[in-house]
Design a protein around this ligand. Structure first.
Ligand SMILES: [Zn+2]
Length: 359
């Protein structure tokens, strides 16, 4: 176990999950003997007891989720819930990202799991109101907190969690723990201090197609773009593409430290199958994917142009932001919060590109 800002973070991999079951089995055998001692043992928080109670939902002890998810059906089998506008906040309770699900006659495929354990559980409840069929798979578009902190409910429901191999490197670094510590502050009522970070059950090294309940699914690796690991899910018969944060509609894209050059190079591959409906990671579903792709693309292009010029002319980043015309994007939700971070990230990216360019 590693510690950051004295906040413990554990990453639960399938292997560690199995190992964690062993103490639980032992405990089950010894329980009749230990039961009278339980009140004495509880404050010690031994690994044994943590394992024994690991079956409890992670949202235990977290505040109730009161935001409403309201799934929207976009095709015969495909649904999504639309996160509230803007960045993660106490007001939206961390519900600012979308998640999708596809109900086939043999089970359910879920795309992304929302941004807190409670939101993941709420999403599962919404699915359960529409079908009692098993949740077969959860495809995680990318490992940003607002898309995977709700995984635990689906793991407990028996789903297989899939993400791209590049997530493995991300989980091995300090990024996930730093982000968790931040969310435990900014979303304190809903992100418990002992929340585990769930690793995928299986990493994808290449694109994967599968059939379930008569529907054909394609999982495609589009990254590096918004992140190194971006996956999209195409539901062929429904003509629906779930694309995570590869495309933003109705708000300013979050660029952060993304490789915007690779992102622009990848963006056209999203529409090769001409999906009729595109469900982005944030914002409303698009029935005109080509037009909506333009917002993300144009924002990236302008950001790179302004920051690239600034790097070349030694103009400080703040000055460059102020000196450019952003009126096309300024009225969009999340502009205030995201744009500055995007500008700084892109400035650094353009510096790296300038240094790497042949002279
Ligand atoms: Zn993201």
């Amino acid at each position: 176990m590693r510690w950051i800002s004295s906040v413990p973070a554990r990453i639960v991999t399938p292997g560690s999950r199995l190992r964690s079951l062993l103490p639980a089995l032992l405990l089950a055998l010894l329980l009749p003997l230990l039961l009278p001692l339980l009140p004495l043992l509880l404050p010690l928080q031994s690994p044994l007891l943590t394992a024994a109670f690991a079956a409890e939902p992670a949202s235990q002890g977290a505040a109730a989720v009161t935001v409403s998810l309201q799934p929207i059906q976009v095709a015969p089998h495909s649904w999504y819930v639309q996160g509230l506008p803007g960045m993660v906040s106490m007001q939206n309770q961390g519900f600012n990202a979308n998640a999708g699900f596809v109900i086939t006659r043999e089970g359910v495929v879920v795309f992304d799991a929302l941004g807190t354990p409670g939101l993941g559980a709420a999403l599962l409840r919404e699915i359960r109101q529409r079908t009692s069929l098993p949740i077969r798979r959860v495809i995680v578009s990318h490992y940003h907190a607002d898309h995977f902190y709700g995984l635990q409910a689906f793991k407990q429901a028996g789903a297989e969690i899939l993400a791209h191999r590049r997530v493995q490197g991300y989980l091995a670094g300090d990024g996930p723990r730093t982000r968790l510590a931040e969310r435990q502050q900014s979303l304190a009522p809903w992100v418990p201090r002992d929340m585990p970070l769930l690793a995928p059950d299986r990493y994808l090294d290449r694109d994967e197609s599968f059939t379930l309940g008569g529907l054909q699914f394609q999982v495609r690796h589009i990254g590096p773009a918004h992140t190194a690991e971006d996956l999209m899910l195409l539901v062929k018969e429904d003509g629906v593409a779930f694309v995570g944060d590869l495309i933003f509609t109705g708000r300013v894209p979050f660029v952060g430290d993304a490789d915007s050059r690779a992102w622009l190079a990848a963006i056209d591959r999203i529409l090769v199958d001409r999906p009729a409906v595109l469900v982005p990671g944030h914002g409303p579903a698009s029935r005109d994917p080509q037009a909506d792709l333009v917002l993300t693309r144009d924002y990236l292009l302008q950001l790179r142009k302004v920051m690239g010029d600034a790097v070349r002319d030694f103009v400080p980043v703040d000055e460059a932001v102020k000196g450019a015309d952003w009126s096309r994007f300024a009225a969009l939700p999340a502009f205030e919060a995201a744009h500055r971070i995007n500008a700084y990230g892109t400035y650094l990216q353009m510096e790296r590109e300038a240094l790497a360019a042949p002279r």
